[in-house]
Design a protein around this ligand. Structure first.
Ligand code: P5A
Length: 451
């Protein structure tokens, strides 16, 4: 993309309404614009990051054997009356009446809708196990929407639902989700720690929240620092293997890690003092096992191997996709702007032309642009006729992990400058070597979602 042809409305001033870094930076970098309280338009740069996260979530869900689909945002109130949640959900639910006077709602979550699909089409244990998911906008009329996309009213969530014959099968689904979520967050360059939590209006006893440690997080968390050393890394996981999934869950749930809702002072104090930590965290996902809560209420049964009708065991699993954009920025920025991890960056590298209009500099930038594009990378070329300082400030603000600076002086010596946004370190090297280095850096990353 050439910056002269892009739509990147960066702001010079720091918006006064934004209290935390990610909100400020998303506004300043032209990623979002508030439409009304807690509801945002995703401008091109923000939309690109959102799509990258969505893509990673899809890939990891499919890898775990889960099946993508799409349910609508608007739902009928009748299903929610069946489960009893129409009244229970309270003021957070946005209720709408259609022209025929029918009660509708903008879905805050989809347990009822998916259970209705299940009961209409699945009748036998032979069709289990089944895990369906979608990534769709949700609406919760939060009392205090704040921090931009972190606590929105309209937000983008991946929500998945497992249907199993027995509790043991459903617990395997729970474990499988925990492992696939760990991998999902790692690919986004994040450490999200699973912590025993409270189930709230979703219900059930078994639930873990995934928290990214950050001072601006809304949750208070307590943990054993040993858990921060764990990493899935390159491990290949067989998601069908109960033992493998269970072992990984065991590894991550043995060190103490809880939110304030379930915090146990005595257990916490049993951790050696130097490893006891309490801090703030951003909740970027949550998984639940709630047994037959919805299948009992809504008659979602299958015929078991013994011929008897039995309610299915269910769980649900959510990732806050739009919140993650903010969470990644909270975890990765400095005073100059955002620092995208390679796995989610909207463009792979910026090209800064120090002397737009200089035939040699222009040609070198065009050649770099073509070579990077040919490798499947997406460069953002600042081809505007602007001062170098302004171009650097924009690149630093929008946070591309790598910048190639091209100027007549360097070109006379056959070199360009490659700079890491994270470390600030630069090296001078021939243009082809810079391209080669970027190819190596991005090897192993999925480069381009469809758009
Ligand atoms: C699990 C999927 C559920 O709703 N039902 C379907 C279950 N869980 S949850 O924890 O309530 O939400 C899942 C994740 O969505 C994000 N989230 C939000 N993001 C932005 N703004 C909000 N107002 C908001 N509310 C929830 C969180 O990341 C949460 O973990």
């Amino acid at each position: 993309m050439r910056l002269s042809r892009y739509f990147l409305p960066v702001l010079k001033e720091t918006p006064s309404e934004a209290q935390i870094a990610s909100h400020r930076l998303m506004l300043r970098a032209g990623m979002i614009k508030q439409a009304t309280a807690g509801i945002y338009s995703w401008l091109p740069l923000g939309f690109k990051v959102l799509r990258k996260l969505e893509n990673i979530v899809h890939e990891e869900q499919v890898r775990a054997g889960h099946i993508p689909m799409l349910m609508p945002t608007l739902q009928s109130a009748d299903l929610w009356r069946e489960s009893g949640r129409y009244d229970d959900y309270g003021a957070e639910m946005l209720r709408i009446t259609d022209r025929h006077g029918r009660d509708m709602l903008y879905g805050p979550t989809n347990e009822e809708l998916i259970t209705d699909i299940f009961r209409a089409h699945v009748g036998s244990y032979k069709d289990l196990p089944l895990t369906l998911y979608h990534i769709q906008w949700k609406f919760r009329d939060e009392v205090r929407p704040r921090f931009g996309v972190m606590r929105g009213r309209e937000f983008f969530m991946k929500d998945g639902y497992n249907f199993d014959l027995t509790k043991e099968d459903a617990l395997h689904a729970y474990n499988r989700h925990m492992v696939s979520y760990l991998r999902t967050y790692e690919r986004m360059g994040l450490q999200a720690i699973p912590m025993r939590a409270d189930s709230g209006p979703i219900g059930g006893d078994d639930t873990h929240e995934f928290l990214v440690l950050a001072e601006t997080g809304e949750s208070e968390v307590f943990y054993d620092s040993a858990i921060t050393d764990l990493k899935l890394g390159e491990r290949v996981v067989d998601y069908d293997s109960r033992a493998e999934c269970e072992a990984i869950v065991e590894e991550w749930t043995t060190p103490y890690a809880r939110t304030d809702e379930t915090h146990d002072e005595a257990k916490f104090n049993a951790i050696p003092e130097e490893r006891r930590r309490s801090s703030r965290g951003i909740e970027v996902g949550q998984i639940f096992y709630f047994g037959t809560k919805y299948s009992d209420a809504m008659g979602a049964t299958v015929q078991g191997p013994d011929g008897k009708s039995t309610p299915v065991h269910m769980g649900s699993h959510g990732i806050g996709v739009s919140r993650l954009v903010g969470a990644i920025i909270e975890a990765s920025h400095d005073e100059r702007g955002i620092i995208w991890p390679e796995g989610v960056t909207p463009f792979h590298a910026g090209i800064v032309n120090l002397k737009q209009g200089d035939a040699e500099a222009d040609a070198a930038c065009e050649a770099l642009y073509a070579s990077l594009t040919a490798l499947g990378l997406e460069p953002l070329y600042d081809d505007r006729d602007e001062r170098a300082g302004g171009k650097f400030a924009t690149m630093d603000l929008i946070g591309l992990p790598w910048r190639i600076t091209v100027g007549p002086r360097g070109l006379r010596n056959g070199v360009v400058e490659l700079t890491s946004r994270r470390t600030g370190e630069s090296e001078e090297l021939p243009p082809e070597a810079a391209v080669e280095k970027l190819a190596q850096i991005y090897a192993g990353h999925v480069l381009r979602p469809a758009f």
